[in-house]
Design a protein around this ligand. Sequence first.
Ligand code: CDT
Length: 321
Amino acid sequence: MARIITAAAAQMGPIAREESRTSCVNRMIEMMREAKSRGVRYMVFPELALTTFFPRWYMEDWKEVETFFERTMPTKETLPLFEKAAEWGIGFYLGYAELTEDGHHFNTSILVNDKGRIVGKYRKVHLPGHSEHEPHRPWQHLEKRYFEPGDLGFPVWRSMGAIHGMAICNDRRWPETYRSMSLQGAEIISLGYNTPDENTSAFEPKHLRNFHNDLVVQASAYQNSCYVIATAKAGIEEGVGMIGGSLIAQPSGEIVAKAQTLEDELVVADLRLDLVQMGKETVFNFAKHRRIEHYGRITSQTGVELPPAGEVEGEDVLSRK
Ligand code: CDT
């Protein structure tokens, strides 16, 4: 029998700096209510879904920074989300800023099943941006200041009838992210993102921000023969334009559902897990086709090592008799 899971990207419009956790959770529950009426069994909320995208501000006082972090999960304010998940039988992915008991800061997501139980945790590995205040920028991107790189790797979990993996925002641009999970059989990779519609490091035409989002999600779904559910925090948030374009890509690389707005919006698709299997057994049958003897550099080298200086002269094939 075909395995089909109805899933959704639960895109969120902007979250104001002053907006409470309870208000965010109420917005999520509203989308969960709609999800229930549309037969959705699994939904993906954005990165840092409980607050505004606070790394855009330089804050010297860590007490202030930590007002954006959660010390436990669920918290008093997020508990209703877990309760509704259990009542309505809908699992979810939730991104939030995590402060551990021993004082570590991570950009985290959790996988919660359709009984309201936390089955998995992921901590963002590829942190973008910078760690020092850079006043020449119109806004900051201080993820490297406020978070440590994730320490959990890229695990996957069997849950709700599929093998799930998670990633967070900038992770989606790195092929290693998906390959690490697809080597464990990932069938559904969920990710949330907060992507400003402008690159403040160098000039880049604005349309490329959405193009690159689609490009990496679609290519990765194809190359890893899995579904990717990518969910934005969208719209003008505290004066900064954030791309929307939440999407669900299927293993062919095609988009099967896409957001139409920059607001809270449920983007729904039926995930046909037989399509995942087809790719994993043919073109992307890893056991059969991968050549790991040539991939050593990928894990042994971080930066670029250029070839020796000077152009290669080449073999003079034209004067061969
Ligand atoms: N949140 C996040 O990871 N955003 C980055 C912005 C990159 S520009 C510093 C992204 O990859 O979309």
